[in-house]
Design a binder for this molecule. Structure first.
Ligand SMILES: C[S@@+](CC[C@H](N)C(=O)[O-])C[C@H]1O[C@@H](n2cnc3c(N)ncnc32)[C@H](O)[C@@H]1O
Length: 313
């Protein structure tokens, strides 16, 4: 594992996200996705001596790096856990509320670039794709055990792949002949079932869908947003950077729903639902990286940042 954080991962929308996150320099913050620690490092530089940052990562490589990077900073607490356990961890550290939460979703460049992790269709490696290597379900398990219908559903729902059925059928036929346990074998099957013009996009969508399924990413995101908002102090900010439309849609709908007060049907004379808006959306449109950043870091191209302020307990 590399200990040079710039080669581990270049943080995306760094200045903008931290600017939006910090409301109180003496506060308690959650970085739910430490990765190479770039966001946490800038965050800590904006905070005072009595502040605290709880940095989560479910990946042992990221945790090991963070423990080295922040070893001398007593304000930093590195937590090896899925951030979906936020409420329990806050309880464990006797932290009743937080001033801000950052989620920089998805995988780090380090995870993508290591063939043994199996995240990329560009490298040969085992079909693993677990961010948390203490869990047991791998992409190879999903490929081996799911029915054709289940595979098609995963590809369609999590990859928005139009040829999901054809690819699922090809996989089921191929796995009857030999086990599909590595990326190269899966790439061969998908490539044979896809026109060469669309090959790379299809491969990207199928690999994305398997990664989302292995790590249960969308359910985790929904639950984490809810727990983060519950823990946030009134006035505190939540900042989320997402990298594909499924994640961004969840964040957008969550913010929109929480920013809406009454949801009674339009003709109801007085409000009976009692719903109160808990969030003020800080930018009506999402924020994207500018051309300079994209030139320096192509991964920033798909990034969408959304931020909200808690306005009601
Ligand atoms: C895009 S990288 C974060 C990069 C980081 N902001 C930086 O500055 O280097 C995402 C990281 O979050 C971790 N991660 C993704 N989902 C997670 C979750 N639900 N809980 C904990 N860690 C998660 C991944 O393992 C990965 O290391």
């Amino acid at each position: 594992m590399q200990h040079e954080d710039a080669s581990y991962h270049i943080p995306v929308l760094l200045e903008r996200s931290i600017e939006l996150l910090v409301t109180d320099p003496a506060g308690v913050y959650v970085d739910g996705t430490l990765g190479g620690g770039g966001h946490s490092r800038l965050l800590l530089s904006k905070l005072g001596e009595n502040s605290r940052v709880l940095g989560f990562d479910q990946d042992d490589d990221a945790v090991q790096l963070a423990q080295t990077l922040f070893a001398d900073d007593r304000r930093m607490i590195v937590v090896h856990s899925n951030v979906v356990h936020l409420s329990d961890v806050l309880h464990q550290y006797e932290i009743p509320s937080i001033d801000g939460m950052l989620l920089d979703l998805g995988v780090s460049s380090h995870q993508i670039d290591i063939p043994e992790r199996g995240f990329s269709f560009r490298f040969e490696g085992p079909l693993d794709m677990r961010m948390d290597r203490e869990t047991t379900l791998t992409a190879a398990d999903i490929i081996a055990r799911s029915t054709e219908e289940e595979l098609a559903r995963i590809f369609f729902t999590y990859g928005e792949e139009r040829n999901s059925r054809r690819i699922a059928r090809a996989i089921v036929q191929a796995r009857g002949r030999h086990p599909l346990t590595d990326t190269a074998a899966l790439v061969d099957v998908i490539s044979a079932a896809t026109s060469p013009v669309h090959r790379n996009k299809t491969l990207a969508r199928i690999f994305q869908s398997l990664r989302i399924a292995v790590n249960d990413e969308l359910r985790v995101l929904e639950e984490t947003l809810a727990q983060g908002l519950a823990a946030l102090k009134t006035g505190g900010h939540m900042v989320v950077i997402s990298y594909h439309s499924l994640e961004d849609r969840i964040v957008k709908h969550f913010f929109r729903h929480e920013a809406t007060s009454c949801v009674c049907p339009p003709r109801t004379p007085i409000c009976v639902c009692g719903k109160v808006a808990r969030i003020k959306v800080l930018h009506s449109k999402h924020i994207e990286a500018d051309e300079n950043e994209i030139r320096r870091n192509p991964r920033a191209r798909s990034a969408r940042l959304r931020a909200g302020q808690k306005v009601h307990a």
